[in-house]
Design a protein around this ligand. Sequence first.
Ligand code: ATP
Ligand code: MG
Length: 441
Amino acid sequence: MDKILDTILKRIEEAGFEGYFVGGSVRDEMLGIVPKDVDITTSAKPDEILKLFSDFDTLDIGKKYGTITLLYQGEKIEVTTFRKDLGYEDYRHPRGVDFTDSLKEDLKRRDFTINAMAKNRQGQIFDPFEGREDLKNRQLKMIGNPQDRIQEDALRILRGFRFASRFYLHVDPDFLDAASLYGARLKEVSSDRIRQEFFGLLLTDQPSYGLLLMEETGVLKLLFPDLMATVGYDQKNPYHHQTLFDHLLCVLDHTPAKLSVRLAALFHDIAKPQKAFYGKDGHLHFYDHDKEGALVTDGILKDLGAPKKLRVSVSALIEDHMTVQRVMTDKALRRQIKRVGKENVLDLYDLILADAYCTAGPGNLELLKERKARIVELLDEDLVKKENFLAINGHHLLDMGYPKGPLLGKILKACEDLVLESPEKNNLQDLKSFVEENFKN
Ligand code: ATP
Ligand code: MG
């Protein structure tokens, strides 16, 4: 990859243009991180870029904004003409972009100082806003006046929180003030952009930091009003030593960086406040907060435009996060696997483990780890692996004289339950007798 990047810059330079690596990749390299993608900025105009790289496969969907994407061995390399923004019409869409010959102009329209550095082929760094110094001191600072820059594009608030979480940065108080003042402008930003940044924040090593910043600036209330009831909420239960929001953040930080699990972690107890009642023991109880929490969360994710598959996984995780009994037989575990889904069940145990870790009391981490290990073994069983593991199917039932319709599904479900309990009964003869005994024809 390094070689091809060098070749690209060399070609740009030899044609008499300027070309630089810019933004995230320069920052990441300074931190000793391998950048996940590399952007190039150049004085060459889009048509000139296309001409220079006519031997490459390219995408030109971004051409209007100056971006030509070069495809190389499955990687995308974005080459973008130096731009300056023309100002903002409605605080959301730049009125357009204008190309410029000045690298500095291009860097100036970027969001944070640490994101506004460029590096040429010889390794020389261009850093007019002292991003390197800020990075060294772990400071997150906007370029220019934060109030203006946030009014131009409020998404920068979430981007800032994402970078702060990812790189453990101190956040400039002026940026925080501006975020508090103009956070409401996030309402004007598309849910696609918000989702992208917010999910990115959740996947950092310490997402709790970003969420605390969101809470502090009022952004949390704006984006996720349903979470507000958890902030400062005292669970009045000896097993819960933290407020509910702090508990959610603890679980969030202790789950692996996988989107479905992180989302489930953040929202798993969202319905507790609305489900709370005092038991005879004088403690608060929260029956059904798992089912309700899954529903509320699904609504939130739907509004964010999250894909259906992700939503289904998150719901499954939240719905089952309370199902930890001291004794769980293999049949119960097999049922759990079917209910939660093979693809989610290990994530469920990651969630439950983090939940237990963040709950006071005797704790049953060892038990949970053993159970997760048993699940791994059960996942290898044919019964669990196969999608259609039942020895009986709809055709058999029709042949037996049962009518088409919802009854068939009900019968098959009953057979499935039976087989998950007693795998040895998974043969046509046993299942037919079971059906005849239990369902009138
Ligand atoms: P990541 O590693 O997460 O991709 P990144 O810094 O590369 O981090 P991108 O979203 O890929 O972030 O954006 C690339 C660069 O474009 C940024 O480094 C920044 O200079 C600039 N940029 C992106 N979004 C904005 C924005 N909303 N306002 C100003 N500049 C932006
Ligand atoms: Mg990037």
